[in-house]
Write a protein that binds this ligand. Structure first.
Ligand SMILES: Cc1ncc(COP(=O)(O)O)c(C=O)c1O
Length: 393
């Protein structure tokens, strides 16, 4: 059995392209071309050169000595926080802007939650001289203000999404609406492994560089490509998909996915999709999502804007359903504490999304000789005000 996508665009029973007719030409154009374009030597050359010289890859695989001592296991942090623009999101936007150019598009739209994907999209649009419009929930605009300023400085137009919970889901709805109205010249740079096929696969492939690097870096440091555990937080699931990608079918490697429990899984204010979700369709794909008994999407909640989403990508829905990955839900409070612990122990201020992953060590015991690789998906600069307010610093 493979945990990767099949030729019809499904991971097990999840995935596909459930889209309004108006979007069909766009999505179909992408589906027919993405693998071909990605395989072109000139594409590979440009993509890899930008990842190296512009993003600063490879990102280090850092042995976190003091954190390891505290939890009596061997912890490596994959330092995606050190990428240009401060998170893993830039890997995907570099890939997609090159894709958009080859498809002859001259206008880019994107949605963003934490603003990291919005910043990464605005960045590559500035790099290529292409118009950029970013949709962002009104609540996220308030809680991730530094990233809104960054997007504006980079020349993007930021449009507030005012419906629903005024967060990532609603921003995505607005972006899809825009795309329907601008079907010819516009490419929609989706920021996670969500959306209609081929997006989940395309984004996972652009993020796969993370696990490619883990393999060679771990071989150098530990004499094996295989960790015992891979850990990543899951909003839509792109940093996790990148972390797992090369290991999906290698069952010697355990996979752990961390979701946001918000105020607690049973509190009514949560974004723990795997526990609370049921099968349904959101943003063009069949996956697990939080919904009422009559199929209305439930408004999610998390202190972390990047994890505040009522669904997960279809790859992750399948990893959950098949039991290939263990899913753990972490509350706001536990994440914030784990984030501050990393600051004090390792001198690294993590994004609140990544802090959720870090909280795993207070929830699960690892053996002393386990090799645990955790994707530190982003840095905490954007969250400084949230940390200040939470800890009354
Ligand atoms: C630093 C960081 N980590 C994780 C995420 C969650 O997204 P994904 O699950 O696609 O990696 C985000 C989203 O904005 C983010 O900014």
């Amino acid at each position: 059995m493979s945990y990767n996508i099949n030729e019809k665009g499904y991971y097990g029973e999840f995935g596909g392209a459930y889209i309004p007719e108006m979007l069909y030409p766009n999505v179909e154009e992408l589906r027919q071309n993405y693998l071909k374009i990605m395989a072109e030597p000139s594409f590979q050359k440009e993509f890899n050169a930008l990842l190296k010289d512009y993003v600063g890859r490879p990102s280090p695989l850092y042995f976190a000595k003091r954190l390891s001592e505290k939890y009596n296991t061997k912890i490596y942090l994959k330092r995606e926080d050190l990428n240009h623009t401060g998170a893993h999101k830039i890997n995907n936007t570099i890939g997609q802007i090159l894709m958009a150019k080859r498809l002859g598009k001259n206008r880019i739209i994107a949605e963003t939650g934490a603003g990291q994907h919005g910043v990464a999209t605005a960045t590559v649009c500035a790099l290529m001289g292409i118009e950029c419009i970013v949709y962002m929930g009104e609540i996220d605009i308030a809680r991730q203000a530094p990233n809104v300023a960054r997007m504006k400085m980079l020349g993007a137009t930021v449009i507030p999404a005012k419906s629903g919970s005024k967060t990532l889901k609603d921003a995505t709805n607005e972006a899809i609406r825009d795309w329907i109205n601008n079907p010819v010249d516009t490419h929609y740079i989706i920021g996670s492994v969500v959306g209609p096929h081929p997006y989940p696969d395309m984004v996972a492939k652009f993020q796969a560089v993370v696990s490619e690097e883990i393999q060679s870096q771990l071989l150098e440091k530990e004499g094996t490509e295989n960790p015992d555990y891979l850990i990543a937080c899951v909003g839509g699931g792109s940093n996790a998909a990148g972390t797992y990608y090369q290991y999906l079918d290698n069952e010697a490697v355990n996979i752990i996915a961390i979701e946001a429990a918000g105020h607690g899984v049973d509190s009514g204010e949560s974004a723990a999709t795997s526990v609370l979700g049921k099968e349904g369709i959101i943003h063009g794909s069949k996956t697990l999502l939080m919904q009422t008994n009559d199929g209305q999407i439930t408004e999610p909640y998390s202190i972390s804007a990047g994890l505040d989403y009522p669904g997960v990508g279809p790859m992750h829905a399948n990893l959950y359903k098949t039991g290939r990955a263990e899913f753990i839900a972490i509350t706001d409070d536990d994440a914030m504490k784990a984030g501050l612990d990393l600051c004090k122990l390792e001198g690294i201020i993590p994004a609140i999304e990544s802090s959720h992953a870090l909280a795993v060590f207070d929830h699960k015991k690892f053996k002393a000789d386990d090799i645990v690789v955790l994707n530190l998906s982003g840095r905490g600069d954007k969250d400084l005000q949230n940390y200040i307010d939470y800890f009354k610093l």
